[in-house]
Design a protein around this ligand. Structure first.
Ligand code: HPA
Length: 275
């Protein structure tokens, strides 16, 4: 069975369980950011474990549920938790869920994550709109794909129109939103101070263990995508920092109020396709 056939099967399965109709936006919620779903009405949810071909996410701070709901007049599909390369050893761990977004009508995709900052003025709690990435892992979710589509362009991967809408939402809601380049490290260990010096020298403002494979997959499937990082810590060695997962989860949870406001403003500014 191909990834796309698996995604179609998963889509049929969820449609029969209330995930029907059109979605205006799909969203992946990172570590500690799951509370965004509290802003939804008419909520339907399904654990990933029940959805055919979906990965299981076992990281604490990641719930592993698919959720549909309404935010104001918009219908939103939420992935509460993601599968990571470091859990599975498979950079394509999110291929079925991303193909599934396409199967459900290809709404714009917003990825969120917790990230370390290499910049002293992007403090813990800051929100950053990702403008570009550096794939330092050297891995690709498209390894072994044989289609010509695998040679996907990643110029303007982080959709300019969606990024403009994020900026506008930030100014309307009074949330400070920075911009930055995200570097993907495979994890699960945190980086060394030497690696962070390298990352900063190479132009990375943020470091993290997710998102990049999902962006590559989203572009492969023709989805418009953008990403917002919540800075949970200064990256290793910056100001003497030594990150921990506990700190990451706590700060992400604390910063999620700003992200919720931003996302609400962003969703309000999306084109209304549900009318
Ligand atoms: N490094 C990698 N991933 C992360 C970090 C970090 O410092 N913080 C949150 N996710």
């Amino acid at each position: 069975m191909t990834f796309e056939e698996k995604a179609e099967e998963a889509a049929r399965f969820v449609r029969e369980r209330g995930f029907d109709g059109r979605f205006d936006c799909a969203m992946v919620l990172g570590t500690g950011l799951g509370r965004l779903v509290d802003d939804l009405e008419e909520v339907v949810s399904l654990p990933y474990a029940e959805i055919p071909h979906f990965p299981e996410s076992g990281v604490s701070g990641h719930a592993g549920q698919l959720i549909a709901g309404r935010m104001d007049r918009k219908r939103i599909l939420i992935f509460q938790g993601r599968a990571h390369y470091y859990e599975t050893g498979d950079a394509a761990a999110m291929r079925v869920p991303i193909a599934f977004v396409k199967a459900l009508g290809a709404p714009p995709l917003v990825l969120t994550n917790a990230a370390g900052s290499t910049k002293l003025d992007y403090r813990p709690g800051s929100l950053v709109s990702v403008t570009d990435h550096i794939n330092f892992s050297g891995m690709s979710p498209l390894f072994k794909d044989t289609s010509d589509g695998r040679f996907v362009s990643l110029t303007n991967a982080y959709d300019e129109r969606l990024r403009k809408k994020l900026k506008l939402a930030a100014s309307v809601t009074g949330v400070t939103l920075h911009e930055g380049v995200y570097m993907w490290f495979a994890g699960p260990s945190f980086e060394t101070p030497a690696e962070i010096r390298m990352a900063r020298t190479l132009g990375a403002d943020l470091v993290g263990m997710s998102t990049v494979p999902e962006v590559i997959l989203a572009r492969y499937y023709g989805l418009k995508v953008c990403a917002v990082s919540v800075v949970t810590n200064m990256a290793a060695g910056i100001g003497g920092a030594s990150p921990s997962h506990g700190e990451t989860k706590d700060v992400a949870t604390g910063a999620s109020a700003g992200l919720r406001r931003l996302i609400r403003g962003f969703v309000g500014g999306l084109d209304d396709t549900s009318a």
